[in-house]
Design a protein around this ligand. Structure first.
Ligand SMILES: C[S@@+](CC[C@H](N)C(=O)[O-])C[C@H]1O[C@@H](n2cnc3c(N)ncnc32)[C@H](O)[C@@H]1O
Length: 278
C-alpha cells in the first residue's frame, strides 16, 4: 500500500493499531523512503534513511516494509500482464498453483475485473494444508505445513474481496496426487490466459509442469514466483530448474517477458518464435 495522503495514512495506522495494540508497526518516514523512494537534487541524489529514521525500526516494520515493496511489485506485474493479454486478445482461464493468503490470486481477480473479462474461471490449486514434506526444509520459513491456509479461510478472503464469486474453483490436495489425468480431463480442453506457479519447491513445480501443457495456448503468461527465492544449494535448482526441464519437453517456446522484483520472472508461451527449436 502506498501511503499517499494524510487521510489514507490515518486510516492505515488506525487499522494497524486496532489489530496490534501498542505495537509501533513502522516509522512513517522509513516506510516512505524504502517503498516510494525519493530523488534529491544533491549528493547522494537519493534520499537514504539515516540514524533517526531507524529509531522505531523493529522486526514488524521490516516485514511490513518488505511486504509493501514485494506486493506493489507483484501487483504492477499483474496489471502489465493483463494489459498485454487484453491488448493481444488472449482469453482463457486463470490457474494458480500455490495459494496461501490469496494475495496474487486476488490480484488476478482485480485485473480481470478491470478489463471486464467474463468468459473466465479461476482455479486455485493447493494442499490447503501448507507446504509438503520433501525431507529438506531448504529455508526456515519453508518447513512442512508452513504457509497453511484452509479452504474455508481462502474462501472467506475471496468473499471479502467480492469479485467473481461464482467463478472460483478450489482443487485441494498435494500436487503429486491431486494433479492427475482425471482432474485434467475435467477441464474439457479449456485454455489458460495466465498461470501462476508460486509453490516454492522444485518437486512441487515438477508436478505442476507435468500438468499444464494442455492448458497452454499461444500467448499464455506463465509467472514463476520463486526463481530466486529459496536459492540454496540443496534446492535442486528450485522452480526454475523444473521450468527448464519442462521447456525441453513442451511443444511451446517460452519468451522471457517481465522481471518481478529480485525473485520472479514471467514468460510468454509462443508457437511462433524460434520454431526451428521444436
Ligand atoms: C508461498 S505460498 C503462496 C503465496 C500466494 N501466492 C500468495 O500470494 O499469498 C506457497 C503455497 O504453495 C503450496 N504448495 C507448495 N507445494 C505444494 C504441493 N506440492 N502441493 C500442494 N500445495 C503446495 C502451499 O500450501 C502454500 O499455500
Amino acid at each position: 500500500m502506498i501511503i499517499t495522503s494524510k487521510s489514507c495514512r490515518d486510516k492505515l495506522y488506525g487499522r494497524m493499531f486496532f489489530f496490534k495494540k501498542n505495537t509501533i508497526m513502522t516509522n512513517e518516514n522509513l516506510q516512505r523512503m524504502m517503498v516510494q523512494l525519493s530523488a534529491l537534487d544533491k549528493e547522494p541524489y537519493v534520499e537514504l534513511p539515516n540514524y533517526d529514521n531507524f529509531k522505531n525500526h523493529s522486526k514488524e516494520s521490516e516485514v511490513l516494509i518488505n511486504q509493501n515493496r514485494r506486493q506493489l511489485e507483484k501487483f504492477k506485474f499483474f496489471i502489465n500482464s493483463f494489459d498485454f493479454l487484453n491488448d493481444s486478445q488472449i482469453y482463457g482461464d486463470y490457474l494458480e498453483f500455490g495459494i496461501h493468503k490469496a494475495r496474487t490470486f486476488k490480484m488476478a481477480l482485480s485485473c480481470a475485473k478491470f478489463y471486464n473479462i467474463n468468459d473466465i474461471s479461476f482455479h486455485a490449486f493447493d494442499s490447503f494444508e501448507g507446504l509438503p514434506d520433501f525431507g529438506d526444509t531448504l529455508i526456515k520459513q519453508w518447513s512442512p505445513n508452513e504457509l497453511c491456509t484452509t479452504v474455508d479461510k481462502f474462501m472467506s478472503l475471496i468473499k471479502d474481496h467480492g469479485l467473481y464469486l461464482d467463478k472460483i474453483n478450489c482443487h485441494k490436495g498435494f500436487y503429486k496426487d491431486s494433479l492427475n489425468n482425471e482432474l485434467k480431463a475435467s477441464f474439457q480442453n479449456r485454455k489458460a490466459m495466465m498461470i501462476t506457479v508460486d509453490c516454492d519447491f522444485y518437486y512441487s513445480a515438477v508436478s505442476v509442469f507435468e500438468f499444464i501443457e494442455p492448458f497452454l495456448q499461444h500467448g499464455t503468461v506463465i509467472y514463476l514466483d520463486d526463481v530466486f527465492a529459496g536459492f540454496t544449494k540443496s534446492s535442486m535448482g528450485g522452480t526454475l530448474q523444473a521450468f527448464r526441464e519442462f521447456e525441453d519437453k513442451s511443444s511451446f517456446n517460452f519468451i522471457p517477458h517481465q522481471h518481478i522484483g529480485w525473485w520472479g520472472r514471467s514468460f510468454i508461451a509462443s508457437k511462433l518464435v524460434n520454431p526451428s527449436n521444436k
